[in-house]
Design a protein around this ligand. Sequence first.
Ligand code: GLA
Length: 675
Amino acid sequence: MKKLFSTGSLVFLLVAGAAAADVVWMDTLDLSLMRQGWGSAQTNRAMRGGPLKLAGKEYERGVGTHATSTFWIDLSSGAENFLATVGVDEAANGPATVVFRVTVDGHKKFDSGVMKTGTPPKSVDVDLKGAKTLLLQVLDGGDGVGFDHADWAEARIMTSGRAPVAVAVPVEEKVVLTPKPGPQPRLNGPTIYGCRPGNPFLYRIPAQGVRPMKFTLSGLPAGLKVDERTGVISGKNPSTGTYTVTIRAKNSHGTDTRTLRIVSGETLSLTPSMGWNHWYAHYDRVTDQMMREAADLMISSGMADVGYSYVNIDDCWMNAPKHGDQKRVGPLRDDQGRIIPNQYFPDMRGLADYIHGKGLKAGLYTSPGTLTCGGFGGAYQHEAIDARTFAEWGFDFLKYDWCSYGHIAEGGDPKATNIPTWGKGAPTLEGYQYPYRLMGGLLRQQPRDILLNHCQYGMGDVWEWGAAVGGQSWRTAGDLGFELDRIFDVALKNSEHRAWSGPGSWNDPDYIQIGWIGNARGGGLPEPCPLTGNEQYAYMSLWALMASPIFFSGDMTHLDEFTLNVLCNPEVIEVNQDALGQCGSVSHINEQLFVMVKDLEDGGKAVGLFNRGDFPSEVRASWSLVGCSGSQVVRDLWRQKNLGTFETEFKATVPRHGVALVKIQPATAGTAKRR
Ligand code: GLA
């Protein structure tokens, strides 16, 4: 005979004749602390609100969650075991694949293997004696997180000690690793810059150090001049050729010199573009005022001094046929067929001029479809006039977002007889390429250097042909805002396309969402991002090593010291901007540890030692893995500190979801200096 009664979250189980352990049901813990890929954890319910149901059986108690899901429990003392029945909930309603994992004090104690819709439920019984932390995870089974509704049915901890409690994540302090720049000049930015003969030239020399600073240039081609006070170079792109310019920056604390090769020819974006994009901060709330403010802050925060230069408007600057805010509603085009910006953008040319006035560049967005993803006016059948208008306004970058073009590609416009469509058939390569080739060609005809970003989420293996149809970068996947908890997976997938990375040709895994960002689901107002400090270092290191475009997309008005230290370490950015343009190659050490190695133009190698596991771990980069031999000088790039000379390997203890990012150079080449 047994009797149950409860006090708060503790339920005491008394079994006649024996002193029993207490039961703490998982559903009584603070489930708001569970982090998961979609929705929020459900108490005694499945994700869609129905009963927890595994293989035809309903369970009264348990937790419904969605991959990828992480739940940390502090066991205090006296825990005995963890029990549960796990599986994919019957209401998943699609091809779910998940893995349940139970980790105790950093050691994996249960792994369900991949479970699919219909896989019989599995029983979990894990010994917790003497343990301190329990980590319950539901991982994606290898095909993304779609439909991954997962149940921890009858999940409970037996304990004879204090009640276990849920904790957010193991508490981690955000540590500023990067030393503050000194007062003396330090010239940053790429060593190579591409432009096309005859078009307007604009380049603000990135330089840290106290102002006033004087910039003196030698070797500047005819037609270009520098503003000695601001370091902004402007004029007309020189005729075809390579011009090596020596830049000297001087202030009352010292001088610095650096060379910049200006390559005038066909290829733009010889290094990945860097800047800010409004999307993940302001969504459909964006205004001209926000863009101007972002440009001001790009200068005053010091971001421009390490190389950020594009200030890009994303979706929602045009009129929409319908929208909650009437100031964004109106006719899409005027009598001449020109696109009409909404009332928050009264003067597009004035806005671009304002951004240019700071030596920065301006970007904007549209779709090849009739409407953008946000439901605003797209470019369909107005491509030529839009390309011309954007150039006349003075924009330097276009993000071209597939969105409603899918309808056209499927044959949705019977009048469009010249457009390759696939009707009800399989998508064709030509059908994917057509709108991008069209816009790429039109932008090429404008008397401006305008970068084109193909935003179509990797369809038709865009990395293989994105450059050939006129783009300089292309998104390789969907919106990272929906997958911020999968940064490692997204980056590793992106790096598989490394063969197509190079000058003028960049794989784009989406923006840097740190600092204050709005939740992508629903376009929320900016709030502190959910990533730990170590996750943010890993994120930025991955983008640097992959030579990905670096667009910060958080709120520029909420830039704190930690965020700026992640965004603005010039040695990390130098890895990203390296002239070889190589995307690092990955060596997996095990499921959780990997090393990414990127060759640099100066013969050095940038190496990231990553730990995607949930506990600190030693990561070893042997020289055979790095691809070098003999004595090597190792420099910690986040701390900007030489670590010494190493003979056969470099190893580091890397924090949970963190990185050690180093530069490795043969000792004979001297010390690991910056240049
Ligand atoms: C898509 C893109 C995002 C953003 C939005 C705007 O989702 O992938 O980057 O541009 O559209 O609506």
